[in-house]
Design a protein around this ligand. Structure first.
Ligand code: HEM
Length: 249
């Protein structure tokens, strides 16, 4: 008995001849080996599902039971955003927009930056009546977003606001008017880029905020007429001084 079990299996050459009957025992053993080492599609699916479940569980634990997707909340899982999407964007004039400042509790709370209206109803504490940033509600106050002058600059008129980033010419320099002009133009371009950057940062803040969302656009009749606004006092004070810049260089 034991002799039988231990006897090595004959190769096809020795037992059956080269091209005769195949050795079925050998073949079936090869099949088993193939099955043991091969990875099936089912195995791959099993591994992926396990990783996903483990990731969800870990996320749930790490985010203090807040999210199974590591804080990611697709827009279609947020009811107010879906509702807005179905209704389409709101198009409001500045005076219509002013109704959405929180005084009517039945209306959403809107702020606007650079003509885009954002729904900030999720944060009545800040933007609602009595809130620390209620002055931004119901209007497009892009200028104040740049200057930080929350009394004087509650307007969308940003003409001339780039001056806040231009140096105050407080010394006489030994350079030609042409050199001054070229330098001024370069600085003006940089100042305008900074204004644009500040505006885009705030638009991005509202657009990408987990609780706010874009609601529509403000329509204005033409542009702004008349003289550009004077720079508010605190922005004026923050302007760099040429003397300090020369000293540094
Ligand atoms: C250009 C200047 C500034 C702008 C445009 C600005 C704008 C804002 C806005 C829009 C919010 C609300 C954020 C949200 O929806 O969660 C906010 C919050 C806040 N900001 Fe400013 N801010 C400015 C400067 C400052 C400065 C200088 C301080 C501090 C002295 C400050 C202190 C705060 C505080 C404490 C909050 C939280 C408000 C709260 O929880 O009630 N901000 N800011």
């Amino acid at each position: 008995m034991s002799e039988l079990r231990q006897r090595p299996i004959a190769t096809s050459k020795s037992s059956n001849g080269p091209d005769k009957e195949p050795n079925f025992r050998q073949q079936s053993s090869d099949d088993e080996t193939d099955q043991d080492h091969g990875i099936s599609v089912l195995d791959i699916i099993r591994v992926i599902v396990t990783i996903l479940i483990a990731s969800c569980g870990l996320s749930y634990y790490m985010t203090s039971s807040e999210s199974v997707l590591w804080g990611y909340r697709p827009w279609y899982t947020r009811w107010p955003v879906v509702k807005q999407w179905v209704q389409g964007p709101v198009i409001l004039t500045p005076s219509q927009l002013s109704l959405y400042n929180g005084t009517d509790a039945n209306l959403p709370l809107y702020v606007a930056v650079n003509g885009t209206i954002f729904d900030v109803s999720a944060n009545r504490m800040i933007y609602g009546p009595g809130g620390s940033y209620n002055f931004f509600a119901g209007r497009d106050a892009t200028r104040a977003f740049v200057t930080g002058c929350f009394k004087e600059d509650l307007t969308a008129d940003i003409r001339g606001v780039e001056t806040m980033f231009l140096p105050v010419e407080d010394i006489d320099e030994d350079i030609t008017p042409a050199q001054k002009k070229i330098r001024r133009e370069k600085e003006l371009r940089a100042a305008k880029a900074r204004v644009e950057g500040a505006v885009n940062r705030w638009s991005g803040f509202f657009a990408n905020h987990e609780k706010y969302f874009e609601a529509g656009r403000v329509v204005v009749d033409g542009g702004f007429d008349g003289e550009p606004l004077a720079l508010c006092e605190s922005a004026q004070k923050q302007r760099p001084k040429r003397s300090a810049m020369v000293e540094q260089s």
